[in-house]
Design a protein around this ligand. Structure first.
Ligand code: COA
Length: 183
């Protein structure tokens, strides 16, 4: 199984004993809030979706855990999925569930590793991401990796009692090969 080594973190496949911690994050509105929809699945749904993701390119299940190197600790999850039934690109998503470690560069390093992995292993020319226009850390994370803002979907996601506008970001392979994104 693929493990992607970075300087402060690694991405490794989700193991059965990671599921309890991930499930707790999924069920904590403070982790998901305030920029995303909050949906509670059962533990079995989560376990099934992680299992099935290998065979399903559209799956939103976590594909890797984000693990700090020192101390070795699971602090988040990332995923990627075919976001459109016809168009050929992959979107990435990312959450640091352990909030204490946010703001230390781990999120950007995790997404950088994931993006490099996708360009190395998938026949896509574009990797995308979407994020709430108010999600400043996510916007800055993506722009620091040279993702270009391609547009803004108006009133595209309902959460926390109102409709939210969503930025669409993309990074093409040629932009990527112009030089590695900063980490
Ligand atoms: C988005 C997230 C993954 C970012 O990870 P992180 O490790 O905290 O971010 P990093 O330390 O790598 O920083 C990335 C950029 O965001 C900025 N940033 C981080 N936290 C910030 C904050 N609270 N306010 C403003 N900017 C912030 C950093 O300064 C950096 O930008 P810069 O290089 O231009 O200065 C993390 O905040 C998170 O898990 N959020 C909740 C889930 C979520 O929103 N996921 C994304 C959905 S689209």
């Amino acid at each position: 199984m693929t493990t992607l080594e970075g300087q402060g973190i690694r991405l490794r496949p989700v193991a059965p004993n990671d599921l309890e911690g991930i499930f707790a994050w999924y069920n904590d509105p403070e982790i998901v809030a305030p920029y995303d929809r909050f949906a509670v699945d059962t533990f079995d749904d989560l376990a099934r979706s992680v299992d099935g993701a290998v065979r399903d390119p559209t799956s939103l299940a976590p594909r890797f855990v984000v693990e700090t190197l020192a101390p070795v600790e699971v602090v988040g999850v990332v995923g990627h999925y075919r976001a459109h039934p016809v168009l050929e690109y992959v979107d990435v998503w990312y959450v640091l569930g352990k909030r204490e470690v946010r703001g230390r560069g781990f999120g950007r390093e995790a997404v950088r590793l994931l993006v490099e992995h996708l360009f190395a292993t998938e026949t896509v020319e574009r990797v995308g991401a979407t994020c709430d226009v108010e999600n400043v850390p996510s916007v800055r994370l993506l722009e620091g990796l040279r993702f270009r803002r391609e547009g803004t979907l108006r009133s595209a996601l309902f959460h926390h009692g109102r409709w939210h506008d969503i930025h669409v970001y993309g990074l093409t392979r040629s932009e990527r090969t112009a030089g590695p994104p900063s980490g």
